[in-house]
Design a protein around this ligand. Structure first.
Ligand code: TXA
Ligand code: MG
Length: 320
């Protein structure tokens, strides 16, 4: 249950004490829940990799509470990065910086860069401040599973970990990861800050091509977001319907306006627009509705729809 008032403050202090002792804690951010540990301790961060079953070559995002804390984890803050963080922080934009020597190598998987953001969530910010250290945190799911957008999702994957309950997360997809150090600013992972928003500040920013064998961001090469049964993504409603007819018991994830096309089938409502679909997507991938597979209709690749399609294409058994 979501906690308030005195209980919430006591839980926050307990969670911060766990972080300071080198343990791990689940906490809400405005995107998805994170599984956090002291970013300055290699041993603490090892605990995250172990709990998640995360490959050691996939680096973590470091969460800070203010720009002063950024200066402890980044060796340099170039002007373009400063411009973007002043515009989008606190918020779901993760920026790559040259790593400071305070950050253990395990956090960045040996890379010379560290990914940093200030989350826009009162509980996340209070936890970082109370712990007094930057917090390294991936999404709080077991490796390969859909990201958690509620405390219950975190408990499902990590029954023994303490979780601060902040209710369902606002955006529902993870932060956008960018690298603006070089001459060509790049989006390494599409996310809650849209490409359109970034282009409003940096017109030349492009989405890095995840070339096979040379993914732009280490995390992009792994199996991701997989539900516990096959997921098929369809570009056209007609193809989905034809496919569904041949199946015993499909569960169809669809936008509110499309439900009328799927009468007689079990459906999960994703919401009315790209923002709502992003908000509901990961919970829908974890649905407990009975059925042998999940079918979902593609959304338009604009605004948050780009991040939605990125996650769906990675989670899919097949795109048809
Ligand atoms: O919204 C979010 O970003 C959430 C919340 C908890 O902040 N976190 C999150 O973390 O999604 P994770 O670990 O699930 O995804 C981090 C992504 C991965 O694709 C990783 O490879 C990339 O960021 N990344 C981290 N450090 C990097 C670096 N130094 N260079 C390139 N990519 C990096
Ligand atoms: Mg993740």
């Amino acid at each position: 249950m979501r906690t308030t008032g005195a209980t919430a403050r006591a839980q926050l202090r307990r969670a911060a004490a766990i972080i300071r002792r080198g343990g791990i804690v689940g906490f809400p951010t405005e995107t998805v829940y994170g599984l956090g540990a002291n970013a300055l301790s290699a041993d603490a961060v090892r605990g995250i990799f172990r709990a998640k079953g995360r490959p050691a070559d996939n680096p973590l995002i470091v969460h800070v509470a203010d720009e002063r804390m950024l200066d402890d984890v980044a060796a340099a803050v170039p002007p373009t990065a400063r411009l973007l963080l002043r515009r989008f922080w606190p918020g779901p934009l993760t920026i790559l910086f040259e790593r400071s020597p305070h950050i253990p190598e395990i956090v960045t998987a040996g890379l010379p860069t560290v990914a940093v953001r200030i989350p826009d969530h009162p509980v996340a910010l209070a936890l970082i401040r109370e712990a007094g250290v930057p917090i390294a945190a991936p999404s709080a799911n077991r490796s390969g599973r859909p990201s958690p957008t509620s405390a219950a999702h975190v408990r499902e994957d990590f029954p023994k970990v303490m979780v601060l309950d902040g209710g369902p997360t606002r955006h529902g997809v993870e932060s956008t990861v960018i690298d603006v150090r070089g001459a060509r600013p790049m989006v390494l992972r599409l996310g809650a800050i849209t490409l359109e928003q970034l282009r409003g500040v940096l017109p030349r920013i492009t989405v890095a091509a995840g070339v096979a064998g040379a993914p732009s961001s280490p995390g992009q090469k792994y199996l991701h977001y997989s539900p516990s049964r096959p997921l098929f993504v369809f570009r056209r409603k007609e193809t989905l319907l034809r496919y569904a007819k041949g199946l015993r018991r499909p569960v169809i994830l669809c936008a509110s306006g499309q439900k009328r096309h799927f009468k007689g089938y079990t459906t999960v409502d994703l919401g009315a627009n790209a923002d709502e679909i992003a908000h509901n997507l990961f919970a829908a991938l974890r649905t407990k509705m009975r059925g042998d597979c999940l079918l979902v209709l593609a959304v338009q690749k604009k605004g948050k729809g780009r991040a939605v399609m990125d996650r769906l294409e990675r989670a899919a058994t097949k795109v048809l």
